[in-house]
Ligand binder design. Structure first.
Ligand code: SF4
Ligand code: MSK
Length: 650
């Protein structure tokens, strides 16, 4: 794979032509983009990229070089690299978990009757969740149950003597291993604080002990904070079901008022999706010369409103500046995470209003509103009205919307997959397990994560996905990876079926699921953890998550959240393929521990391969190793197993 600095200036920065054509617009408008700034940052600091720069105390900063093997305090490369990595995990876990906490606050307000227009949308999900955690539902009012569940979830953030209760969602074998390794988190916030404490100057110095601490904090992210975020989103806004929509910059409309929602938290964006169908607002838009109101998303807010309302997606992470450059966006509404501070520089060249809505996130030259749950619908109406008023300021001469847009199908929650596999009468993962056991589906891979200007945008996501489905591997996706593949047409069941291997296609056609399943936003990687858990609990594929023929991949990752995600998958026993390395190459010991020794500790490990075809080969090799260990590669011919035979296979 070529890096941007190796490519000529005329060569495409992306496999997506909408991006490449907008690069020309950026050049003609003399607006700098992420790719321009990436070039001006070259060469990037090797001390930073290898993780050997320490600025944890003010005796430093220190950096490890051939001449200086230790920092001023005596810390060696192993300690420095591990501490830096842990601080990234802590930041990533904080972001997902704070998102989860915000949703729990909303649930609590709804339960107290202070939630304005928010309500319990999925009552079954509320009851199922409450019952799982031992909260009485029989004969109780839904709001009363929601209140108790909100308090229960809120308590998961603080320290408690017991390990986090949501870890019980994991298979018992995994829980037992976490206990043995002493990496069970006892609270999300306390895990993050502990990590920051351990990495303070002069505390934890053994890289092996530090990395175990990192795994513990990452579990607080995946199995606690993110799990809570996904669950509460489903309760409040509805558990996703398959629906059709469209993706890429071409979803922006020349005739309608275009409003982009960007960031991660679904609370306001969900209300904007609802308000955009308000007849009064639509009439107002027509009065102002537009034919309608078009809410489109960027990044994971896009995935949230796509999964539940079928709202179109304008693009993934690296398209946020390009969306404004179309000249057709009346308003961009941002909240938290992955929002570039460069946006005001782009909006000032156009009529686009930039609105920041989170009390913890402000940007110079963006209008700040303080979002209050109780007034969510009114906020949404006010913002849409303001965007409609701004339609008159659109300069039609400067509107350049790329023609690219693509159909997609999204909305594959575990609840939906259960239903689809089991049909109307029985909820089950059995048909998928049977297909894995008899080799028609070789394994399951989660492809997730961001875009990164270091690599050709979307290219690795798309090629890795194509290669895996061609080799009869079912692919689950979230985040910007899912958007990349959607733009390439891989989320249309028809196109994906055409590219899938024969036996995968046969299974997908028989059970009615596409070969690439969009499961949500980056916080919804918790759904992938649960999909793996559901496969294991269905039986016939071993006793622990690490026995399954599965893997994870983040070919174009960039954020600290991706680092936390990678670690919670490794801590859950999963092989994780990265498209480019963590900043750990300055320590052979840390590198070896994460890419080799970890397999003997958690059953999972990291691998790094920039070439998506080679990465696919390595993933398939791993899947085959797991299949061999399960003894299911000896059963090549297709046959139906009875219960006795399934037990024997185990
Ligand atoms: Fe240097 Fe040690 Fe301070 Fe880091 S903690 S900056 S290695 S003296
Ligand atoms: S938005 S974290 S760039 S997936 Fe979730 Fe995309 Fe990565 Fe942000």
């Amino acid at each position: 794979m070529s890096t941007v600095d190796e490519r000529s200036t005329v060569e495409a920065v992306s496999s997506d032509n909408a991006i490449n054509s907008m690069m020309e617009v950026a050049a003609s408008e003399e607006v700098t983009t992420v790719w321009d700034r990436y070039k001006t940052q070259q060469p990037q600091c090797k001390f930073g990229t290898t993780g050997v720069c320490c600025r944890l105390c003010h005796m430093g900063p220190c950096r490890i070089t051939p001449k200086a093997s230790h920092g001023i305090c005596g810390a060696d490369a192993d300690t420095i690299v591990a501490r830096n990595l842990l601080r990234e995990i802590a930041a990533g876990a904080s972001a997902h978990s704070d998102h989860g906490r915000m949703l729990v606050k909303t649930l609590k307000l709804v339960a107290e009757g202070k939630g304005g227009s928010y309500k319990i949308t999925d009552v079954k999900r509320l009851h199922d969740t409450a019952e799982f955690f031992g909260i009485e539902t029989e004969g109780r009012d839904d709001l009363e149950i929601a209140g108790e569940l909100a308090n229960f979830f809120m308590a998961q953030f603080a320290w408690s003597a017991e390990p986090n209760a949501t870890l019980k969602l994991a298979p018992e074998t995994r829980q037992a291993l976490w206990k043995k390794l002493e990496i069970e988190p006892h609270g999300v916030d306390s895990s993050v604080v502990e990590l920051m404490h351990r990495t303070h100057m002069g505390v934890d110095h053994d890289y092996r002990h530090l990395i175990k601490g990192g795994l513990k904090c990452s579990l607080a992210d995946g199995w606690v904070g993110s799990m809570i975020a996904t669950t509460v989103s489903d309760i409040l806004f509805g558990t996703p079901k398959p629906l059709r929509s469209r993706v890429n910059l071409g979803v922006l409309s020349e005739e309608k008022v275009n409003i982009i929602v960007h960031g991660h938290e679904p609370t306001l964006s969900d209300m904007l999706a609802v308000a955009s169908t308000d007849e009064k607002l639509l009439a107002y838009a027509r009065e102002k010369g537009a034919t309608g109101i078009n809410i489109a998303g960027i990044c994971c807010t896009a995935n949230e409103v796509l999964m539940r309302h079928g709202m179109p997606i304008a693009g993934n992470f690296l398209q946020q500046e390009l969306a404004i450059l179309t000249g057709a966006v009346e308003m961009m509404i941002v909240d938290v995470q992955c929002v570039m501070p460069s946006l005001p520089e782009v909006t000032k060249c156009f009529h686009t209003k930039l609105i920041s809505t989170s009390e913890i996130a402000q940007t110079f030259n963006a209008e700040q509103i303080t979002f209050e749950v109780e007034h969510g619908y009114q906020h949404a109406c006010d913002l849409i009205t303001k965007a409609i008023d701004n339609f008159a300021h659109r300069n039609k001469e400067r509107v350049r919307i790329p023609k690219e847009s693509m159909d997609l199908v999204a909305g594959f929650s575990n609840e939906t997959i259960y239903h689809m596999l089991g049909g109307r009468f029985r909820s089950t993962f059995r048909p998928l397990n049977d297909a894995i056991i008899d080799g028609r589906v070789r394994g399951v891979v989660g492809i997730v994560g961001c875009n990164n200007p270091k690599v050709k945008t979307d290219d690795a996501h798309v090629r890795l996905t194509q290669e895996l489905i061609k080799n009869n591997v079912l692919v689950l996706q979230t985040g910007c990876a899912a958007i990349a593949c959607a733009k390439a047409g891989l989320l249309t069941p028809e196109a994906a079926m055409a590219q899938a291997g024969d036996s995968l296609r046969e299974v997908c056609e028989a059970v009615g699921i596409p070969p690439v399943l969009h499961m949500g936003s980056c916080v919804d990687n918790s759904r992938i953890l649960m999909a793996a858990t559901n496969v294991l609990l269905e039986g016939g594929l071993g006793n622990d998550l690490s026995d399954l023929p599965v893997a994870g991949a983040a070919p174009e990752w960039m954020s600290e959240k991706a680092i936390a995600i990678g670690h919670y998958f490794v801590a859950s026993g999963v092989y994780v393929m990265l498209g480019h390395p963590l900043y750990i190459e300055g320590s052979e010991n840390v590198h070896r521990m994460l890419t080799e020794e970890m397999e003997g500790i958690t059953g999972g490990k990291f691998a790094v391969e920039p070439d998506p075809i080679k990465a696919a080969e390595m993933i398939i090799e791993h899947i085959e190793k797991k299949r061999d260990a399960l003894g299911i590669n000896q059963q090549r011919e297709r046959k139906l197993y009875d219960m006795k035979e399934r037990r024997e296979l185990e």
